[in-house]
Design a binder for this molecule. Structure first.
Ligand SMILES: Nc1ncnc2c1ncn2[C@@H]1O[C@H](COP(=O)(O)OP(=O)(O)OP(=O)(O)O)[C@@H](O)[C@H]1O
Ligand SMILES: [Mg+2]
Length: 248
């Protein structure tokens, strides 16, 4: 494994799963080997977002010590490698052990993005400890950023200073600006993903938006964030190129 990044948030529903799937795909399209892992064992929905409803082996089986992680890796039509978790109640009650999680992730090649549960519970702390880095997702609103502050504090307590914050669902007049969030949290904002109907449509269709609509405003933002995370050169396609691609 090259690097494992925990995707965390204070508040729920801010876009961690959407971020994990799309940033994973964006990093892959920039030439990285990436696997996204559903670390939300209680309310797993990374698999659901990507159309994996039923699968013989999931992360919970590997964590229970029954299987090598490679048997729980599935491929989305986009090429994205996904480790889903079970949605059944029995598996929901299973906890995450940092040592076991770390061992499993070490069996995966390339970069691993772990979609975490919201909040600062034991499972989130275990995943943060098992990973090298964390990224905090928040909406640009005071309640969400206030909750983000708590998860940042916990990340620091477990010795994993987050590499940055991503603001999701931006573009409204009544919202905090990136500089304000940076001043509140003391961490840099890696990028902003705009509110985009194409995201909702893509979730309905069980695809990452980047796969379904690569030139949407959210897809371009995911590409930029992925480039900065993987240290790759990327510039948005120019207007002429955009027109040509749209006309195709
Ligand atoms: N950029 C966006 N534009 C429009 N809608 C979005 C965007 N990002 C996320 N959403 C909407 O928000 C919903 C919640 O997103 P998501 O499931 O990724 O959040 P989450 O943080 O993983 O939630 P949970 O804490 O429950 O795991 C999505 O189903 C989608 O409808
Ligand atoms: Mg989620």
């Amino acid at each position: 494994m090259e690097k494992a990044i925990a995707v965390v948030s204070g508040k729920g529903g801010v876009g961690k799963t959407t971020f994990s799937a799309n940033t994973g795909l964006a990093m892959m399209s920039l030439g990285n080997e990436v696997t996204v892992l559903d670390g939300d064992l209680s309310n797993s929905n990374l698999g659901l977002q990507l159309g994996f409803f039923q699968f013989p082996i999931g992360l919970h089986d590997a964590l229970a010590g029954n299987m090598p992680i490679e048997k729980a890796v599935y491929s989305h039509p986009s090429g994205l490698r996904v480790v889903p978790s079970s949605v059944s109640l029995g598996c929901t009650r299973q906890g995450t052990h940092p040592g076991r999680m770390k061992r499993l992730m070490s069996e995966i090649r390339g970069i691993v993005l772990v979609d975490c549960p919201p909040g600062i519970g034991q499972d989130v702390q275990a995943i943060m400890k098992a990973c090298d880095d964390s990224i905090v997702i928040t909406n640009p609103e005071i309640p969400a950023v206030t909750d983000a502050l708590k998860v940042i504090q916990v990340a620091r307590e477990v010795g994993r200073e987050p590499i940055g914050i991503v603001l999701n669902r931006t573009g409204d007049k009544y919202e905090l600006r990136p500089e304000e969030v940076e001043a509140m949290c003391g961490i840099k904002v890696l990028g902003c993903i705009p509110e985009d109907r194409a995201v909702k449509r893509s979730i309905f269709n069980r695809n990452p938006v980047l796969y379904e609509k690569p030139l949407s405003k959210s897809s371009l933002a995911f590409m930029e964030i992925a480039a900065s995370l993987s240290g790759t050169e990327y510039s948005r396609p120019g207007m002429l190129m955009l027109r040509r691609l749209i006309r195709r």
